[in-house]
Write a protein that binds this ligand. Structure first.
Ligand SMILES: Cc1cc2nc3c(=O)[nH]c(=O)nc-3n(C[C@H](O)[C@H](O)[C@H](O)COP(=O)(O)O)c2cc1C
Length: 307
């Protein structure tokens, strides 16, 4: 009798495990591709509501974002608020889903906004004036010549994996500029650069507006420079904090400052404005973002808009 009872009990437990309390709905993977995309979980059951956010702090100015799923049966609804950023919702299908974000900078560079373009127009006017006086005027006392202000350019760059340095070297060679590299006192290791790790050095630094990583390279003498291209990679939608260390340590009075950056997809965003504010000196221009591996032709075309 006891054996029969035990058998029934064993059968009951096995049945419950297979078809009852022990059964679990199949879970499907949610993959997020792109910086800043977040969701509460990484796996969902079919029919479950999924919410993916792209928080406001990652959103660059003048940038259009599109969020796409890798399969057509995923219909994403999208909301935006200044506080939360973008909030995407959809129902999980019976397969894994990858959501990607891509950014397009809608800010077109406006060469007319640059002061030294205006200066060159002024020069042209002055030239015309000089020509007409030299034809019509009586020989006069020679005017004391204006001391020629020679343009001297410096390219400053911080680059952790070489992409921005590559663009910086192209700018330097195309403009005949000097190059100064910001090297961290403590180099960034591969682990430090892991943006998927909430505790990596870069994640911690970028989350802390007061972080000022120490610079290890010798200081640069800015005497005589009239124009500085200042380059860096985009980290978490802004400039690496070591750039803040740099600009807070120099006086850029009378110097035209032109930021440039490389990134996976983000635009220059607020980074140029942040640096301008922290520097508190210099005549800061709009700047430009390049993708890694930008060609000499792309760099040269951009430089052409500046001259
Ligand atoms: C910690 C970290 C954060 C990053 N954050 C972003 C980002 O927010 N947006 C983006 O488009 N790319 C981001 N990237 C990619 C870099 O901007 C990109 O690879 C850049 O070209 C690297 O430049 P570098 O080789 O000069 O260091 C990040 C890279 C790292 C290491």
């Amino acid at each position: 009798m006891r054996e029969r009872l035990l058998l029934i009990l064993l059968f009951g437990v096995t049945f419950m495990f297979l078809f009852g309390c022990g059964s679990k709905k199949p879970q499907y993977q949610l993959n997020l591709k792109g910086y800043g995309l977040e969701s509460a979980k990484t796996t969902y059951a079919e029919g479950e509501k999924v919410t993916v956010t792209f928080p406001a702090e990652y959103i660059g100015t003048d940038t259009d974002y599109s969020f796409t799923a890798d399969s057509e049966d995923v219909k994403i609804s999208r909301d935006y608020s200044n506080k939360k950023g973008y909030v995407m919702k959809f129902t999980m299908p019976a397969h894994d889903v990858t959501i990607s974000v891509s950014a397009r900078n809608s800010m077109s560079f406006d060469p007319t906004a640059i002061d030294y373009d205006d200066e060159s127009e002024d020069d042209a006017d002055t030239d015309k004036g000089t020509t007409s006086t030299s034809v019509e005027a009586e020989p006069a006392e020679p005017e004391p010549a204006e001391p020629a202000t020679e343009e001297k350019t410096l390219v400053v760059v911080f680059s952790a994996t070489g992409n921005t340095k590559d663009v910086a070297e192209k700018i330097a060679s195309l403009t005949g500029a000097d190059l100064y590299e910001i090297k961290p006192a403590v180099e960034y290791t591969t682990e430090d650069l892991n943006w998927n790790d909430k505790n990596s050095r870069t994640t911690i630094e970028q989350n802390d507006p007061a972080s000022r990583p120490e610079i290890g390279s010798d200081p640069v003498d800015l005497t005589g420079y009239t124009r500085i291209f200042i380059g860096y990679p985009i980290w978490w939608a802004i400039e690496p904090r070591i750039m803040d260390t740099f600009v807070e340590n120099y006086n850029f009075d009378g110097i035209t400052m032109i930021p440039f950056c490389t990134s996976g997809s983000s635009s220059l965003g607020q980074s140029g404005k942040n640096l301008e504010k922290l520097a508190g000196s210099g005549n800061w221009q709009a700047g430009r973002r390049f993708k890694g591996g930008a060609t000499e032709n792309e760099v040269s075309k951009w430089l052409g808009t500046l001259e």
